[in-house]
Design a protein around this ligand. Structure first.
Ligand code: HEC
Length: 194
């Protein structure tokens, strides 16, 4: 995230505005599971710091701005890539299967759910599936073009503006298309795609 935006977040957290007013309540002790402890001593390493101060991109440059919102602020790529353990937080575009989706998550009732391919591949991505306004509706309100509802853990993002989500769409148009058939993954497990 850009320096200026991080400072704004800190200023907000230190303010007495709803819902971050100072509270006397103490946070409970953190208890790590054996698995988290194991990960933190093995795979998970402290992140690298950026070498320069990151600037907020020019918001009139839709592609640069969309990339910033998607990668820097809303963290869309981390779910919409192919492996949680093969990601580059400082250079998200180097993450494995960047926006090609296929990451397997736990959905409602513990059923497996795969993240969607958000590249503009015509067959397996969103190239033909979503117009810009349909994309904005899906991301803000969780509704697909056919009216069905996107399932958790894809949360609606109603606080992003139409301009911000539209910029994400413009950015996604510019990244390499990846062929990754998510429907096929459901078929293999004999699960419904919706
Ligand atoms: C917590 C993980 C997670 C995050 C973060 C996330 N998504 Fe998703 N997204 C999913 C999953 C899982 C699905 C599949 C939902 C389903 O099949 O019902 C999905 C589906 C979608 C779809 C529907 C695609 C299709 O093929 O119909 C769009 C569009 C989308 N996400 C955009 C975004 C954008 C933009 C962001 C960032 C603002 C984002 N997502 C962040 C998990 C995530």
């Amino acid at each position: 995230m850009a320096e200026e935006d991080l400072k704004s977040v800190v200023a907000w957290l230190r303010s007495d505005r709803f819902p971050v007013q100072p509270a006397k309540q103490e946070a409970p002790e953190v208890e790590y599971s054996f698995f988290s402890k194991l990960l933190s001593h093995t795979i998970l390493k402290p992140g690298e710091y950026p070498q320069q101060i990151l600037q907020t991109p020019d918001s009139t440059d839709q592609v640069a701005f969309g990339r910033y919102i998607a990668d820097g602020v809303a963290d869309c790529y981390s779910c919409h890539s192919s492996d949680f353990l093969d990601q580059d937080k400082l250079h998200p575009e180097r993450s494995k299967g960047y926006y090609g989706g296929g990451n397997k998550l736990n959905g409602e009732g513990g059923k497996p759910i795969f993240t969607a391919n958000l590249t503009f591949d015509e067959e397996t991505g969103i190239g033909k599936k979503y117009t810009k306004s349909q994309f904005i509706r899906a991301v803000k309100f969780g509704v697909r073009p056919d009216g069905s509802i996107l399932r958790q853990p894809m949360s609606p993002h109603p606080t992003l503006s139409d301009y911000e989500v539209g910029a994400i769409y413009e950015y996604l148009k510019t990244i390499p298309k990846l062929k990754n058939d998510i429907a096929g993954k459901y078929a293999e497990l004999q699960l419904a795609t919706k």
